[in-house]
Ligand binder design. Structure first.
Ligand code: 4AZ
Length: 254
């Protein structure tokens, strides 16, 4: 996160840190953010899982306030039971279309995430919710604080950005035809605040009717905090059916 401030877990209790095991280095490396949407399900970006790495390589930690510190009283760690990439995920047009994936956490004794002050799922948007341009939303993650840094922030950060209209974001000065209806753009009026490398997969939440709603998934952008190059987010409202179908699979009457 460029700009913004350090976040308390209590203000982003749905944040998930996704790690990938590197067999050569024999250790886990942080790879992406995510959002807990149900006790056994994390919503994240499809581009975090590019080369059909086995699900056994990935682990998810909830309740993590710094990548380089472990607080056993707050953290909950899970193996991944299933990775569901969106069937129409497409990275071929110099952007990521349908950049959305679900991770099913492995349960122990029939349970996955336990709700605490530090771990809690976020609400999904109601079908068809469309927030106005200029609406203020927040992003969170452990990613870079400056594009030129070679290291991640390590500490969980959050920041406020504003929604930008599709019309503006599709102009040639911005991203032109790379922006599809499955994406949304958001940024800072002076380009001082943005998501950055390492934040992808993580949440953009917006407050509506006194509720925090997961409205976007941090996806891509040209650099970080660059003029006319806002962060691009997966538009979660386009995926209500797909999310429900996968999360509720095998649950309820048949
Ligand atoms: C990335 O590489 C990335 N400024 C994420 C967000 C943005 C740019 C790059 C948006 O993960």
């Amino acid at each position: 996160i460029v700009g913004g401030e350090r976040a308390a877990l209590e203000s982003q209790p749905w944040i998930a840190a996704i790690f990938q095991y590197n067999h050569r280095m024999k250790r886990d490396f942080f790879s992406c953010g995510g959002s807990l949407i149900d006790s056994c399900w994390v919503l994240t970006a499809a581009h975090c899982f590019p080369d059909y790495f086995p699900r056994n390589d990935f682990s998810v930690i909830l309740g993590k306030s710094a990548l380089n510190e472990t607080d056993a009283h707050k953290e909950q760690r899970f193996q991944v039971e299933r990775i569901v990439l969106h069937p129409e995920y497409d990275d071929s047009n110099d952007s990521y279309n349908n950049d959305i994936a679900l991770l099913k956490l492995k349960s122990t004794a029939g349970k996955c995430a336990l709700e605490t002050n530090y771990v809690r799922p976020v609400c999904l948007p109601p079908e068809g919710l469309s927030l106005k341009d200029g609406w203020q939303c927040e992003i969170a993650g452990y990613g870079k604080e400056k594009y030129s840094h070679w290291y991640y922030s390590q500490k969980l950060k959050e920041a406020t950005i504003e929604l930008i209209s599709q019309e503006t974001c599709k102009t040639e000065d911005y991203y032109g035809s790379k922006i599809t209806d499955n994406m949304l753009c958001a940024g800072h009026p002076q380009w001082k605040v943005d998501s950055c490398k390492g934040d992808s997969g993580g949440p953009m939440v917006c407050e509506k009717d006194n509720r925090m709603i997961l409205y976007g998934i941090i996806s891509w952008g040209d650099g970080c905090g660059k003029k006319n190059k806002p962060g691009v987010y997966t538009r979660v409202t386009r995926y209500n059916t797909w999310i429900q179908q996968n999360v509720n699979q095998g649950v309820g009457p048949s």
